[in-house]
Design a protein around this ligand. Structure first.
Ligand SMILES: Nc1ncnc2c1ncn2[C@@H]1O[C@H](COP(=O)(O)OP(=O)(O)OP(=O)(O)O)[C@@H](O)[C@H]1O
Ligand code: SF4
Ligand SMILES: [Mg+2]
Length: 341
C-alpha cells in the first residue's frame, strides 16, 4: 500500500493541475430530442493525485471521460460548451484526431468492461506488446520483452508462459490487470480508470486498487478513478467530485467530504454506507430516481428527492460555491449547504 491518501493532499495543492475541466457541456441528439448529459462540469487533477468521480448510474461519469479522451460516440455526442485544459491547450477545441493522437501517448483509459476491450482472437502478450511496436517502433521480440515485464509488474503469475494465452483463459481480476498493463505501457501522465473493479469480488477489488495506487506512486501520473462506490475509493483518492444529473454537486478533499458533506446528495450516500463492509456496494440509498435527462427538473435537479428543498430550489439553479470558513477546494452546489452541514 502507498501512504494514506489524505497525507498527500496538502503537498499537492501548490502544483498546477495536469488537467482542468471548466464548465464542460455535452449533448446527445436522440430520437426523443436533445439530451444534455453534462451541464457545466468542472474539476481538476494534478500529477501524482487521485481524483474520484462518483455518482449514480447515468450521472455522466463515463461521458466525462469520453469527452476528455475525444471518444464521444459520433455523430450523436458533442461538446457544446466549456474547456478541457491539458498542457496549456484547450483540447475541447481541437480536432478529434489530434486529441486522440495526444491521448495515445499521454492520457490512457481503462474501460468499464475489460472483456470487451481485449480482442478475443489475439494472444494477450501480442496485445500488451502492440503499443511498443506501433508507438515506439520496437520489433516483435523487443516489444514482447516489454510486455512480459509489464505483465509481471501488474502481478500476472507465470507471465512467461501466460503471455501466449488468450483473454478468455484469464480470470476477471487478471483481465483487469492486463488492461492496466496496456494502459500504463507508454507511461501516461494521466490515467482515467472507469469503474475498474465493478465486476470483481471484494478481495480482488482491493488488490486492483492497491495496484493502481502503487503504480501511481511509482510513475507520478495523475489518476481519475470513476466509481459508484464510495467505500472503494476512500483509501486511494485524495479528492472527489460527486456528480448528479450531469453536474458536479460537491467537490473537495475526500476527508472533508466524508466528514462534512455539504450537499444533501453526498450526505445521503454517505449516511447509507454501513460502517463496515462498504466495499462492493452499489449506491441505491436515496429514495426516488435520478432524473430523465430529457426533462431535468427546474432549479436544482435534485429537488424532487431532497429533504432540505425549499421554494428557491425549484426555481434557481445552485452554482458550486465555497462558503466562508470551508476548507480550500471544498465546494457544493446547494442553496442550503450551511444548514446541511
Ligand atoms: N451514446 C449515447 N446516446 C445518448 N445518450 C447517451 C449516450 N451515452 C450516454 N448517454 C446518456 O448520458 C447520460 C450519462 O451517461 P454515462 O454513461 O456518463 O453515465 P455513468 O455515470 O457513467 O453511469 P454508469 O454508472 O451506469 O456507468 C445518461 O443519461 C445516458 O443515457
Ligand atoms: S439546492 Fe435545495 S434541493 Fe438542491 S440539494 Fe440544496 S437544498 Fe436540496
Ligand atoms: Mg459509466
Amino acid at each position: 500500500m502507498t501512504e494514506p491518501a489524505t497525507a498527500r493532499v496538502d503537498s499537492l495543492e501548490g502544483d498546477p493541475p495536469l488537467l482542468r475541466v471548466e464548465g464542460l457541456e455535452v449533448e446527445f441528439s436522440t430520437s426523443a430530442g436533445v439530451l444534455r448529459a453534462l451541464d457545466g462540469v468542472s474539476f481538476e487533477v494534478r500529477a501524482g493525485e487521485t481524483l474520484a468521480i462518483l455518482g449514480e448510474s447515468g450521472s455522466g461519469k463515463s461521458v466525462t471521460a469520453q469527452a476528455v479522451m475525444a471518444l464521444l460516440p459520433q455523430p450523436a455526442g458533442s461538446i457544446v460548451g466549456g474547456r478541457i485544459w491539458y498542457g496549456g491547450r484547450d483540447i475541447a477545441a481541437e480536432p478529434v484526431k489530434q486529441v486522440r493522437k495526444l491521448c495515445a501517448t499521454e492520457i490512457a483509459m481503462i474501460f468499464q468492461d475489460p472483456l470487451s476491450s481485449l480482442n478475443p482472437v489475439f494472444r494477450v502478450g501480442d496485445q500488451v506488446a502492440e503499443p511498443f511496436r506501433r508507438r515506439r517502433g520496437m520489433d516483435k521480440r523487443q516489444a514482447l520483452g516489454k510486455a512480459l515485464e509489464l505483465l509481471k509488474r501488474v502481478g500476472i503469475p507465470n507471465a512467461e508462459t501466460r503471455i501466449r494465452d488468450y483473454p478468455h483463459q484469464f480470470s476477471g481480476g487478471q483481465r483487469q490487470r492486463i488492461m492496466i498493463a496496456m494502459a500504463i505501457a507508454l507511461k501516461p501522465r494521466l490515467l482515467i480508470a472507469d469503474e475498474p473493479t465493478t465486476a470483481l469480488d471484494v478481495t480482488v477489488q482491493a488488490q486492483i486498487m492497491d495496484l493502481l495506487a502503487d503504480l501511481q506512486a511509482e510513475t507520478g501520473m495523475g489518476l481519475i478513478l470513476i466509481s459508484h462506490d464510495l467505500g472503494v475509493v476512500a483509501d486511494v483518492a485524495q479528492r472527489a467530485a460527486i456528480m448528479y444529473a450531469g453536474r458536479v454537486v460537491e467537490t473537495g478533499s475526500i476527508r472533508e467530504i466524508y466528514d462534512h458533506p455539504a450537499h444533501p446528495y453526498p450526505k445521503g450516500l454517505l449516511e447509507s454506507i454501513p460502517s463496515e463492509g462498504a466495499r462492493g456496494q452499489r449506491l441505491t440509498p436515496i429514495s426516488g430516481s435520478p432524473p430523465n435527462l430529457l426533462a431535468v427538473p427546474s432549479g436544482c435537479p435534485f429537488h424532487p428527492r431532497c429533504e432540505f428543498a425549499i421554494d428557491v430550489c425549484r426555481t434557481d439553479v445552485p452554482m458550486l460555491r465555497r462558503p466562508e470558513g470551508w476548507e480550500a477546494g471544498h465546494e457544493a452546489a446547494c442553496h442550503r449547504s450551511e444548514e446541511v452541514l
